[in-house]
Design a protein around this ligand. Structure first.
Ligand SMILES: O=C(O)CCC(=O)C(=O)O
Length: 264
């Protein structure tokens, strides 16, 4: 689990579902911008664009503005029926079950990113997902970090201009080393190699493990970049946070249900 693992599957997701989720995320983002009194245009050449070099250190702005600047949709959208339908599509469930060889749950809520055109600063620095997921543990031994995977899903074409996920293929961190890192979203992990940019298309499904060092790139294209990320874990991992059973459609509150950490 501490070795780098990465898989890029093409054409797994239904394109109509991708389009629908993208349109809901992007439409909601327009609403959030408008509610905040901000406007943006998709025309990079006019220079009328919202560009934020946001370091995340201001606590005065409040979480709504923080989410707006990192392009994260409100939680209501991220747990909505549209999202649940998207992550329970038949092909995807089959794909993940085959990949794990067993039943699984999603950690909730998924994250979304709606990055405005020309926003070259819209990047998350190098990190690995161990850092903020110590709530998982092994079902047989609570002292062992529970197995889980990260899925990064492009809802737009990802290319040189509209950058998305970038991975450090030969760099992996151990849970013990990385879970001690603080300020992980804004201070990059020290890396010694160059990252590989993952070019991808709507319909693709990208999986990596929490030891994989990764980051995201800015968007210098003239249109938005919409993507999402969700973590999933096999039935023999427990969590103390919210999780969703894609088979029954039940969203479990922390410390409830069959895979609650306190059930041990
Ligand atoms: O989509 C992105 O910008 C990167 C998100 C990411 O790496 C994370 O949430 O762990």
């Amino acid at each position: 689990m501490n070795d780098f693992y990465f898989e890029h599957a093409q054409g797994v997701l239904d394109l109509k579902s991708v389009e629908r989720l993208r349109s809901v995320i992007s439409g909601d983002y327009d609403q959030q911008l408008s509610d905040a009194g901000l406007a943006c245009t998709n025309d990079v050449e006019t220079g009328q664009r919202l560009v934020a070099n946001y370091s995340g250190h201001s606590t005065e702005m409040g979480s709504k503005v923080h989410d707006l600047l990192i392009g994260q949709a409100p939680v209501e959208l991220r747990i909505s029926e549209v999202m649940r339908e998207f992550i329970t599509q038949k092909n995807l469930l089959e794909y993940i079950r085959n990949f794990l060889g067993k039943s699984f749950f999603y950690h909730f809520a998924p994250s979304t990113r709606c990055i405005l055109p020309g926003n070259e600063f819209a990047l998350v620095p190098a990190h690995c997902d161990f850092s903020y997921n110590s709530h998982f543990c092994d079902a047989l031994d609570p002292t062992v970090q529970g197995k889980f995977f990260v899925a990064w899903i492009p809802l737009d074409v990802i290319n040189e201009q509209r950058r998305g996920l970038e991975v450090y293929e030969s760099e992996a961190l151990t849970y013990e080393a990385e879970s001690k890192t603080e300020d992980l979203w804004f201070v990059p992990i020290q890396t010694s190699t160059e990252p590989t940019s993952i070019y991808a298309s709507p319909g693709d499904f990208i999986i990596f493990n929490p030891a994989a060092v990764h980051q995201s790139g800015g968007n210098v294209s003239s249109s938005r970049r919409v993507s999402m990320e969700v973590r999933f874990f096999p039935e023999d991992t427990l969590t103390s946070k919210h999780y969703f059973d894609p088979t029954s459609g039940i969203l479990y509150e922390p410390d409830t249900g069959p895979n609650a950490r306190n059930s041990m």
